[in-house]
Design a protein around this ligand. Sequence first.
Ligand code: NAD
Length: 391
Amino acid sequence: MIIKPKVRGFICTNAHPQGCAVNVQEQIAFTKAKGPVANAPKKVLVLGCSTGFGLSSRITAAFGGGADTLGVCFEKEPTESKTATAGYYNTSAFHDAAKAEGLYAHTINGDAFSDALKEQVITELKNSIGKVDLVIYSLASPRRTDPKTGEVYNSVLKPIGKQYISKNLNTDTLKIADVTIEPASDEEIANTVKVMGGEDWEMWIDALKGADLLADNFQTVAYTYLGDKLTWPIYGKATIGKAKEDLDRAAKALSNKHGGNARVAVLKAVVTQASSAIPVMPLYLAILFKVMKEQGTHEGCIEQIQRLFKECLYSATPRLDDANRYRVDELELAPSVQTKVEEIWDQVTEENLFELTDFAGYKAEFLRLFGFGLNGVDYDAETTPLVQTNF
Ligand code: NAD
């Protein structure tokens, strides 16, 4: 088939196998060009390893640190007539590259929230690389089935306390109009914490500790976003922000229980499948890209994770905030960036969208997530969606 992007709202429903592979290879090349990560971990478990920050974490661990990696993701396999999800192709390309360098790489595709999958990971670790020295928690999911009760919880992206009215860009029609989002109920807040809070992270670390699969000096890190005034009503101080606060609680609980080092890492806003689904975020990102590119400080997932490893996780002088979190979002939050973003936010209209913002750059990065727009890929060529299963 000829594979062209099929975009529906904030999601692209197909993916290009070769394009995804080039995307992974480019991240590997970036990592190698940056040179090795000193004191890097050698055995790494990445939960949410197939796209976004988790994929970049796996690439940094493997190709910046020479680590053996076990990954967990939730991706759809291809059929003769339908492409796989991007994360499936990314993982396949990662495996090819890791194997070529003689690194152990194994991926388990299934529901990370379930007890069964945790057991599978424990069995695989026991049979392969043994104790891990780093566990990355990078899951982003709209729902979670509680493994103990079977109840399904859905997260919501809503403000807390009062209605939120904001400028919003429809990324299909390119119309900018006010969007009104009603505040979440107490139950919706609690459900969002259940899905995206720290409970599952704790279950993972407890299970690994119980199976004696954590190295003495292990680290574990879960990712969060804090942002600033423009995004607080829908993120930082909204339902998802409450869930992220729960990660801070979990980090303390884990360090107290198991020793090692459990921390939250605050990352910048980037285009991923998860962030493009958040109202207001695409317009904020298009403006942020414009400003940060002009100031020469633009970063994507791989640049952020490279700095997280070198400047925080494996640095003798990590950048920590007063809540003990690693920070790599300092360039986004620089007053010179935020003031400019706020100025543009007030001025942006449908007419000046491409002039005042980098929506073109946002859109290109969005399509790259699904393997479209990569150099050297012939998008007019007949392409099979099937790739050799190597994980
Ligand atoms: P993403 O959508 O690109 O990746 C999510 C990953 O989770 C994928 O590998 C997916 O397969 C996996 N996954 C989802 N549900 C799963 C399940 N049930 N079982 C197993 N795997 C599952 O998301 P992302 O944007 O990279 O987000 C990762 C983390 O980083 C999240 O905690 C997010 O809040 C945080 N973060 C994101 C941003 C941003 O701007 N995107 C900024 C800061 C922090």
